[in-house]
Design a protein around this ligand. Structure first.
Ligand code: FPP
Length: 244
């Protein structure tokens, strides 16, 4: 199914750049008497549903917090299962992503991922690089602070090599050194599961981002919940520090 490009995000009815903190897989599984990994598996199905819905609605960029820099500290079994799940997702969704003109992207310390997951990821990033229907970014081994530190190191390196003067550093120049440089600022962040915090997600790119929290666990989140979030987003007055 090839869907048309939409300009819905241009009148601020829906966010141009949507970020999602997909939280609550573990609690969803526990409530059903299942192991945590079952929650992540169900969460992967929600990823498929929400990616499709965002593509149809005309979201320009969708960034999913799939694995944080801090998630490496979870039990090895869970980390391994998540990496395996990600590899399977990339294999299973490959044709759908390509057919729907979605450009796959990743931010984070991708080199830390296991080889097979990394290869599958890089293959699809490469094969979808000319797509322009929607940019789907997976934040993997990602941390907002880690992103800012990485950009700072690149800036320092440029200064050391006399390629940049300290007084010339500004928001644009700094942004150009971040992993998220091509994505634009985030317009809306949705977090599921009732937790009300950012947990190190997109810290540099979210200065005037709207925030939306829902108690739904990620495996239960669906297209109608996305509509609710977009309805709320379209009613917000965004002032960017100015007055109306
Ligand atoms: C947070 O829930 C979720 C994660 C750390 C992993 C997110 C992974 C997926 C949604 C599935 C795989 C991803 C893709 C892109 C196919 P949690 O485990 O912290 O839940 P809890 O707070 O209830 O324990």
């Amino acid at each position: 199914m090839e869907v048309e490009k939409s300009n819905n995000h241009k009148d601020n009815k829906i966010p141009g750049h949507l970020g999602i903190i997909m939280d609550g897989n573990g609690r969803w599984a526990k409530a059903k008497g299942k192991i945590r990994i079952a929650g992540h598996k169900e969460g992967a199905k929600t990823v498929d549903k929400i990616v499709t819905a965002c593509r149809i609605k005309g979201v320009r960029a969708l960034t999913l917090y799939a694995f944080s820099s801090q998630n490496w500290e979870r039990p090895t079994l869970e980390v391994t299962a998540l990496m395996e799940l990600l590899k399977e997702y990339l294999k299973n969704q490959r044709n759908k992503i390509l057919d729907n003109n979605i450009k796959l992207n990743a931010i984070g310390e991708i080199e830390r991922l296991p080889l097979k997951t990394k290869n599958e990821l890089k293959r699809l990033i490469n094969d979808s690089k000319n797509n322009d229907g929607m940019i789907l970014t997976l934040a993997l081994s990602y941390g907002g602070r880690e992103e800012i530190i990485d950009a700072s190191k690149k800036i320092a390196e440029k200064i050391k090599n006399n390629d940049l003067k300290i007084e010339d550093i500004n928001v644009e120049i700094f942004t150009n050194e971040t992993w998220s440089k091509d994505l634009g600022e985030v317009d809306l962040i949705i977090r599921t599961s009732g937790e009300v915090r950012l947990s190190n997600f997109m810290l540099w790119s979210s200065p005037y981002c709207e925030l939306y929290f829902t108690k739904k666990m990620w495996p239960d989140f669906d297209e109608h919940d996305l509509d609710e979030a977009f309805k709320e987003f379209s009613s917000r007055k965004r002032k960017y520090g100015k007055i109306e």
